[in-house]
Design a protein around this ligand. Structure first.
Ligand SMILES: Cc1cc2nc3c(=O)[nH]c(=O)nc-3n(C[C@H](O)[C@H](O)[C@H](O)COP(=O)(O)O)c2cc1C
Length: 216
């Protein structure tokens, strides 16, 4: 098959929801998700807030502490403090190759591929992930073929509203992201009614984040 045909096939698979075709072989032959009791896991935490001591940063930090207490290896990537350009849709990567953009995402590439667990910690911005974290997620595109391996994921999200329905768009986006990659959910910590940085500290969620990290 020519490079052009391979590329076209990948594009069709992506548009069709991809995991079945793009990740089919990998999913069929890959081992089941690792049993946490058996070995140290590699955990990548992706944060999306520009507030260094914000609510989601607090949850991410406690989650990391729990995971490290359980002996796991944690790599944290703060998208809002890093230099990550949005995907240019140049397709030079063919959804499975080097990205033409050389920025801080380079430090994350192999960590994502090797991760057993990916934790997303984001504030809600206009009902979705923060743009900073979304830019990182869009850069998964250049890794698509290599990310369709069993992984577990966590969502930590804070928002100001108290209406539970307002979380649906973001949570559904997260679920679809997992579904597309063939990943499974290991837990969600949602903090409503949190507007100022530090608000989450008055809830039991930081402790729950620690417990979740430790229980992986
Ligand atoms: C640009 C922007 C957009 C926001 N959009 C929403 C929103 O749609 N709904 C909501 O309830 N809160 C919204 N918020 C509030 C944040 O979600 C809230 O303050 C959250 O706790 C921030 O988390 P952080 O401390 O981790 O940054 C928004 C805040 C900003 C700065």
């Amino acid at each position: 098959m020519s490079k052009r045909e391979t590329h076209a096939l990948r594009r069709r698979a992506f548009l069709a929801g991809g995991a079945a075709v793009l990740g089919g072989a990998a999913l069929a032959t890959a081992p089941s998700p690792p049993n946490p009791k058996e070995r140290t896991m590699r955990i990548v935490i992706l944060t999306g807030s520009p507030r260094k001591n914000g609510n989601t940063a607090t949850l991410a930090a406690r989650f990391a502490e729990g995971a490290q207490a359980a002996g796991h290896e944690v790599f944290r990537f703060d998208a809002a403090l890093a230099k990550v350009s949005p995907c240019r849709a140049c397709n030079a990567c063919g959804m499975n190759g080097p990205c033409v953009i050389k920025d801080d995402f380079e430090a994350l590439r192999e960590k994502l591929v090797e991760a057993d667990v990916i934790a997303f910690a984001t504030p809600m911005y206009y009902f979705g992930f923060s743009a900073q974290l979304k830019a990182v997620i869009d850069r998964f595109y250049a890794l698509a073929g290599r990310l369709h391996t069993p992984k577990r994921c966590v969502l930590m999200m804070a928002y100001a509203d108290t209406d539970a329905r307002k979380r649906d768009v973001l949570v559904n986006h997260y679920r679809m992201l997992l579904d597309y990659h063939g990943w499974t959910d290991a837990g969600q910590l949602i903090a409503p009614g949190c507007w100022p940085a530090g608000a989450v500290a008055r809830t039991d969620l930081p402790q729950k984040a620690y417990d979740l990290g430790k229980s992986l």
